[in-house]
Unconditional design. Structure first.
Length: 302
């Protein structure tokens, strides 16, 4: 279990870095093409990894139900929500869309309670309030209305919450690499169908070398994200795992500060409340115990 927390914490670090760097990639590539090429590249990486480690033998023994679940993970996790999210962000206020997306841990907790029988403790609820407050602070003003873009981001968040819940169920019997591969492989197939249906696929031929480089850089980051996420999710409750991911926001703020030398009070207070929320979700004693375990794991890995 300690290994699971460590891996998901690494995922949060990668997430914070990914949010920081992806904004540069999206700015130079069509968002749908950018998403497809990243997902496809990671799918190729994971396919090669499965062949190298001979995990393909596991695929040969999968049941029809397991294949259906893996395809569903690719549909509701690796394709549709990406398209909805980027479309929604292009319509709504970016900060408001980001806040809606970060409520995903709430929907995961609800789904995990209903379908996975995970127990949600009082400290999780208290910590969750601070997590929400931390993200609410980043808004310039409180949302008073919701437009079509907000709805699309909300639907994307619900789909990702559903996918994470399904993935946690599938991980009871399968390894993290298999689930990560399914998300990206089938996700790439579904996005390809969308690009063909919307006549966007030919745009790929117009990509420059610089744009391709951005795709490759961010694909490597995404590869690290899915590998650590699903490998860690196998061992810990999905409700706690998604809460840990919110640490990505303060990490993005830190990276922005390193780049520009500037940081707002909003971002500082937001990071404080998010970190406090994480501490409350797990409890100070448990966090300290996990910290000592992380030190041991770090020394082993290095």
């Amino acid at each position: 279990m300690r290994k699971g927390y460590f891996l998901v914490f690494v995922t949060a670090l990668i997430s914070g870095f990914a949010i920081f760097i992806n904004k540069f990639g999206v700015s130079v590539v069509n968002p749908d093409i950018y998403t497809f090429l990243r997902v496809l590249t990671v799918a190729i990486f994971l396919t090669g990894l499965l062949l190298f480690l001979k995990d393909w033998q596991t695929l040969k023994n999968l049941t029809g139900k397991q294949w259906l679940l893996l395809i569903t993970i690719g549909l509701v996790g690796g394709s549709i929500p990406f398209l909805l999210f980027f479309k929604g962000i292009s319509i709504t206020n970016a900060a408001q869309g980001s806040f809606i997306h970060k409520t995903m841990f709430i929907w995961v907790a609800i789904l995990a309670t209903l379908f996975l029988k995970e127990k949600i403790e009082k400290k999780f609820l208290l910590g969750g309030l601070f997590l929400l407050l931390g993200n609410l602070i980043l808004l310039e003003k409180l949302p008073h209305s919701f437009n079509q873009g907000d709805l699309l981001v909300f639907l994307a968040s619900l789909l990702w919450a559903t996918e994470n819940t399904i993935s946690k169920y599938v991980l009871r019997d399968l390894g993290g690499r298999i689930v990560a591969w399914a998300r990206m492989f089938f996700g790439a197939l579904f996005i390809l169908i969308f690009l063909l249906a919307t006549n966007q696929f030919p745009l790929i031929s117009g990509l420059t070398l610089g744009q391709i480089n951005w795709v490759l850089i961010t694909a490597v980051i995404l590869f690290g994200y899915v590998m650590t996420w699903y490998s860690g999710l196998k061992f810990i409750p999905v409700s706690q795992a998604t809460a840990i991911l919110l640490l990505g926001s303060p990490i993005t703020t830190l990276l922005s500060f390193i780049q520009t030398g500037q940081v707002s009070f909003q971002e500082i207070f937001s990071g404080f409340f998010i970190i406090l929320g994480i501490l409350l979700v797990f409890g100070l004693k448990e966090v300290w115990r996990l910290f000592k375990e992380f030190k041991k794991l770090f020394y082993v890995w290095t």
